[in-house]
Design a protein around this ligand. Structure first.
Ligand code: MN
Length: 495
């Protein structure tokens, strides 16, 4: 998936004590591991073996190259033999790429009848990697630690998850988010410190007057609109009144015109995420609901009502999820169903990404009720059933906190004939009462970035790389324990 564009660099630590022959074997073993990572079909980035390092100078040199490389998104480190960790200090202090400490060993088993001192001297990651772990902890370096044999699919999957997140982190650090309009009303949770966000996540949040979008809409050629509507007709089911000439058909065309204009403005700004504000649509005929749905499906990040943090998170999660089964979407908690374990109806005014749809989305046009604009086109569908996670990042004033809720999407009990919008229906783990209470205690948003493609591990890795607080609400959550965790975290982060 990312193989042409992104690399993870693999460095092996050793020392000269064991002689040239041992070092040749370390080198050969490392090459085998790297070749396997490239051939196993699980790790999405190209793994590049950068050699065995034996001195401070070599390490500094390699890490300088890693910092400079545009392709290198992360560094995998393995101490095959003992590698005295003082020689890593200088290099680690300057390395600015994410680190994975691979605690592996070339041979999966102890060769009971064969093992001798030479074998022990060569295969000693069990203590070499501990020495390395010590200096990483002492230097307080963020990293992922993966333990196990390198040919174990579980180990490869953990490296794979991390490498996806490294690509997403790289994206976050070059991301530009455009806001059409400001925060809606006085909403607190969707706002935050943009300067601090750029410092922590690397992305830039900028403002684009909605007038620029409105003016781009007027410049779209009728032929472009017709071509795009034809594409819609191929991809989606159409309500009868959207197929026939008339008001609804015209509204679909207008939505297509807005989509083309929005894409062109985003391209001009080189932005991969955006926000809208349905109270500030000066010059637009309708809320860009369909455009937001389609651009999300293409990989853009989106946040409604000026929610730039969620727009960034949706984009980041979409990059990490590229090529995986399942989808990722902006969503909002709407209405509760207090029955059994309880469930939440997830929707938005319109802006839900069709990558999470079960079946073919249906093009429809209906009034919106608020916003004072003409009836917008939208894709209507229900989300696939199955596990997923809802994530948010909030600004607590002194830090960012990521909150992740593991959820199970279930089938709605009945159709929603009077609510013609895309929706999902899920039960947070362990149940609605606990899941929602924990979310409320953590201060979570009503907006989330939902994904059925990513797992908790991806978001753990992201939080570790970004060095932000992360709390997880899952099947084992109890409110007592969760509140204690929040209190301990407050202490930890007030250092
Ligand atoms: Mn909203």
């Amino acid at each position: 998936m990312f193989k042409e564009k992104y690399e993870i660099w693999f460095l092996t630590g050793a020392q000269t004590l064991y002689g040239d022959e041992a070092l040749r074997q370390v080198d050969a073993h490392s090459q085998v591991v790297v070749d396997r990572f490239n051939a196993c079909g699980r790790v999405p980035c190209k793994t590049v073996y950068c050699g065995t390092v034996k001195s401070t100078e070599e390490i500094v040199q390699k890490f300088r190259e890693a910092n400079e490389s545009e392709k290198c998104v992360g560094v995998v480190l393995w101490m095959h033999t003992f590698s005295p960790a003082k020689m890593w200090i200088r290099g680690l202090k300057l390395l600015n790429k994410p680190i994975l400490h691979l605690h592996t060993q070339f041979y999966p088993e102890i060769p009971w009848s064969e093992i001798d001192m030479d074998f022990m001297n060569l295969n000693q990651s069990a203590h070499g990697d501990r020495e390395f772990g010590h200096i990483m902890t002492r230097l307080n370096k963020p990293r992922k630690v993966v333990v196990g044999h390198w040919d174990d699919p579980e180990v490869q999957d953990r490296v794979a998850a991390w490498s996806r997140v490294c690509v997403a982190w790289n994206e976050s650090n070059s991301l530009r988010i455009i806001r059409f309009g400001d925060q809606m009303n006085d909403v607190a949770v969707t706002d935050g410190d943009k300067v601090d966000a750029e410092n922590v996540f690397g992305y830039r949040v900028e403002y684009c007057p909605v007038g620029e979008l409105a003016s781009a809409v007027t410049k779209v050629a009728a032929s472009e609109v017709d071509a795009l509507v034809a594409e819609y007709e191929k991809e989606y089911d159409f309500a009868e009144n959207c197929r026939q000439p008339g008001f609804e058909r015209d509204q679909v065309k207008e939505a297509a015109r807005i989509e083309i204009a929005l894409r062109s403005v985003l391209d001009k700004w080189n932005a991969k995420a955006f926000t809208t504000n349905f109270d500030d649509l000066y010059g637009l005929n309708q809320l860009p609901g369909l455009a937001s749905q389609r651009l999300m499906a293409e990989g853009y990040g989106f946040g409604a009502e000026g929610d730039w943090k969620t727009a960034a998170l949706v984009r980041t999660m979409k990059v990490a999820a590229q090529g995986l089964p399942g989808g990722t979407s902006f969503l909002e908690d709407y209405v509760y169903h207090f029955k059994g374990k309880g469930a939440i109806l997830q929707a938005h005014m319109l802006e839900v990404c069709p990558t999470i749809a079960s079946g073919k989305p249906r093009m429809e046009v209906h009034p919106l009720g608020i916003g004072g604009k003409a009836d917008p086109a939208r894709l209507v569908f229900t989300a696939n059933e199955g596990p997923g996670l809802a994530a948010t990042i909030i600004d607590l004033g002194n830090r960012f906190r990521m909150i992740v809720s593991e959820v199970d999407c279930i089938k709605p009990e009945a159709p929603l004939p009077k609510l013609p919008v895309a929706s999902a229906f899920w039960t947070p783990r362990p149940d609605l009462k606990t899941g929602a209470a924990a979310w409320i205690w953590a201060g979570g948003t009503h907006h989330t970035s939902f994904s059925s493609a990513l797992t908790r591990e991806h978001l753990e890795d992201f939080a570790e790389i970004a060095q932000i607080e992360a709390v997880f609400i899952d099947a084992n959550t109890t409110i007592d324990q969760f509140r204690r965790e929040l209190r301990y975290n407050d202490l930890y982060y007030s250092r």
